[in-house]
Design a protein around this ligand. Sequence first.
Ligand SMILES: Nc1ncnc2c1ncn2[C@@H]1O[C@H](COP(=O)(O)OP(=O)(O)OP(=O)(O)O)[C@@H](O)[C@H]1O
Length: 277
Amino acid sequence: MEEAVANGPAPPCAVHLADLDIAFRLADRSVFTAVRGATLRVADGEFVAIVGPTGCGKSTLLNAAAGLLTPSRGTVEIFGTPLAGLNRMAGYLFQADALFPWKTAIENVAIGLEIAGTPRGEARDEAAQWLARVGLGSFGDRYPHMLSGGQRKRVGLAQVLIRHPKILLMDEPFGPLDAQTRQIMGNLLLELWSADRKGVMFVTHDLEEAIALADRVVIMSAGPAARIIGDFTIPLARPRDIAEIKLDKAFHDVHREIWSMLRDEVMKGYVQAEAVG
Ligand SMILES: Nc1ncnc2c1ncn2[C@@H]1O[C@H](COP(=O)(O)OP(=O)(O)OP(=O)(O)O)[C@@H](O)[C@H]1O
């Protein structure tokens, strides 16, 4: 039951995954249960990071929230409505670039609006504003291969945010970037998110990144049949600077607390990966 607040019932969660089992049928017809009994609520405007050992099921859980796969048990609700098909309230940012190589940066950012029916000139104007917001105001005419990895991520972020999704689903979005660029992108993400808070599910294997960004960090156990085994509120004030917050004593305290749980699962994850490999 949703918690009641002073002025009536609490508003529905942006994402509510309730008791999900997610299973895959393998080539030999056997069934592999990747996730079992996972329950996760992401409130509107809340930034939740999901961390766990490699291969535990983080992307699988995100894909269930995206409507890209159907759980074998349990329910997915988006703002209180059961999800049927693709989650059209969500914007996705994945590890791999999703830019069209034959379109310029500004065309890549504008395309979502154009497809939704916004006249081309208007879509371009808005795309130019978004490119400026992500620090690429003078790069609109460049094709993706003329941009650095970090710049392509900025274009990707603008491409998602221009459509004003109500929820952001992010799967290791800064994974391929070097450490400094990751920090810069993390700060940019926090700046944009703070200006217009949405519910965020952010998958990462990097506990430091998760703590620096999120309001809550959720820990998954090693698979198969991975479960959510920890849910930590991050007691760090905002606004945050990703580099500076990592020097904070409170950051170290919460990192130690979460890592004491995560460490064992990471070790199990490696043992299982070696056994399969
Ligand atoms: N389509 C599929 N068919 C069969 N098994 C799958 C499928 N997709 C994922 N899996 C398995 O489900 C488990 C969870 O995969 P998932 O990609 O969600 O893990 P992850 O935690 O995101 O991993 P990583 O941190 O390495 O990216 C893995 O054992 C994976 O091999």
